[in-house]
Write a protein that binds this ligand. Structure first.
Ligand SMILES: Cc1cc2nc3c(=O)[nH]c(=O)nc-3n(C[C@H](O)[C@H](O)[C@H](O)COP(=O)(O)OP(=O)(O)OC[C@H]3O[C@@H](n4cnc5c(N)ncnc54)[C@H](O)[C@@H]3O)c2cc1C
Length: 420
């Protein structure tokens, strides 16, 4: 039976999703927006997240292999603890899955993780949708919560020693990073000055429908990546589209299932383990269709307002239609713009004249190629501001620990110490 309670609000600014977009928005609002409002004590930030832990998601291609790859207390951090620094009553965390965003009655319904079969309804004065996107493979992010992700990693790890043939589908960064990590882990590292790993114990194949891997990088970068992959026993199969995936043993469809893949030539490829890494699906099932674009993202303007949803409704991060690249450097430029526009809207709602709140800030995306793709722990390819980077720099910036070195100030909010 579902029981329902209603949290009576003062004025709730509700943020949906506790990852890069949601946590950054919460810190920024608590530091720079709420304190600037005339009746600041009447506002409360409510962050709702299916996972009570934030995850350095970029690290998943390596983290999925073993808990020894990263310090686990840095890889996962407890979300509510990050907000203990703010005045009592200004922040509230809800561990649950948002099941409905009702823009007419201005409420959000949540299925609570802490109390089985309990739903909660929260009224909002403003709402920010930051529910991101799920990967096809449940190994590559918090599609549900940290417990399920860890369970999937454990199942996959148990199956790894018996796998002789692994297929990764997708030639983008996630697919290439995952294949490179698997290759190095199972077939041995290449080292700084050594190419070719000593033996190839497991056949790892990347299947891509494209004529090349890493399409955002120059062709020479993609060729170099193929060479690094080959050194750890990874083969790339191009111009091949997987059209059907069937578990070999009926009744299994988990991360450890053997599968038969049908490809567009009609051939069948068998794999002991299979990882689909062909893009993401926006987490927007709880939002009415009229607010979504054809690809399922939330339709918003470059101010991050969801104009068709009424006043003070916003979207940020991978879920927002006005963002082309699902990448953190893009998201970080967007946070101050979203929050400046929210500040303006909150002041207007409190009776301030539009003329005195200033102009809207509009997001203009940087279209330079910024993509770093580690291939194992020592090698990598990439480009920054459109310029190709040597393997050493890719290792230094990302390959060492998959950006874990950057997450401390981000999760703690120090990254947003200054209003910008
Ligand atoms: C494998 C992988 C590697 C990546 N590597 C890089 C990289 O190296 N560099 C880079 O710049 N970008 C990288 N990205 C992209 C980057 O991770 C995303 O741009 C970023 O995570 C987007 O953050 P977000 O907050 O918008 O959404 P997400 O990180 O997707 O988070 C959404 C959050 O919302 C929660 N949620 C979802 N639905 C609900 C609901 N209904 N109710 C409550 N909570 C919900 C989820 O549990 C999750 O915590 C990578 C992505 C993947 C998948």
């Amino acid at each position: 039976m579902v029981s329902e309670s209603t949290v009576q609000s003062q004025r709730n600014i509700v943020i949906l999703g506790g990852s890069y977009g949601g946590i950054s928005t919460a810190h920024y609002l608590l530091r720079h927006v709420i304190p600037a409002l005339p009746d600041r004590d009447s506002f409360r930030i409510i962050l709702i997240s299916a996972s009570s832990q934030a995850l350095c998601r970029q690290a998943c291609p390596r983290a999925l292999l073993s808990d020894n790859m990263f310090p686990q207390d840095k890889l996962f951090v407890n979300i509510p603890e990050l907000f203990n620094q703010y005045p009592k009553g200004s922040f509230h965390f809800v561990h649950g899955t948002v099941t409905k965003l009702d823009t007419e009655n201005r409420t959000v319904s949540i299925s609570l993780k802490t109390q089985v079969d309990m739903t909660e309804k929260v009224e909002f004065h403003g709402v920010v949708i930051a529910t991101g996107a799920s990967t096809l493979s449940p190994l590559l992010g918090l599609n549900h919560d940290e417990t399920i992700l860890r369970k999937n990693w454990t199942t996959f790890r148990k199956a790894l020693p018996n796998a002789k043939n692994i297929v990764v589908c997708g030639g983008g960064p996630s697919g290439i990073e995952t294949a490179g990590e698997l290759g190095e882990f199972l077939n041995g590292p290449t080292g700084w000055f050594k190419s070719k790993s000593p033996s190839r114990k497991v056949a790892i194949t990347v299947i891509t429908a494209s004529s090349r891997i890493l399409p955002a990088l120059p062709t020479s970068g993609a060729r170099k990546a193929e060479k690094f992959l080959a050194d750890v026993g990874v083969t790339v199969m191009k111009n091949t589209r997987v059209t059907h995936v069937a578990p070999v043993e009926p009744g299994t469809d988990g991360v450890d299932s053997k599968v038969a893949l049908t490809v567009d030539s009609g051939d069948t490829i068998n794999a002991d383990l299979y990882i689909p890494a062909t893009g993401t699906k926006p987490n927007t099932d709880f939002i009415q269709k009229s607010l979504l674009t054809t690809d399922g993202r939330v339709h918003c303007s470059r101010t991050f307002r969801v104009d068709e949803a009424g006043s003070r409704v916003y979207a940020i991060g991978d879920v927002a239609s006005c963002v082309k690249q699902p990448a953190l450097h893009v998201l970080f430029k967007a946070i101050p713009i979203l929050c400046a526009n929210m500040k303006q809207d909150l002041l207007i709602a409190d009776g301030e004249q539009r003329a005195s709140t200033g102009e809207d800030r509009v997001f203009i995306e940087d279209n330079h190629v910024n993509q770093l793709v580690p291939i194992g722990k020592n090698k990598g390819v990439g480009a920054a501001m459109g310029y190709q980077l040597p393997s050493f720099l890719v290792w230094l910036v990302k390959g060492r620990d998959y950006w874990l070195w950057t997450t401390g100030p981000l999760w703690s909010g120090k990254q947003w110490a200054k209003e910008s």
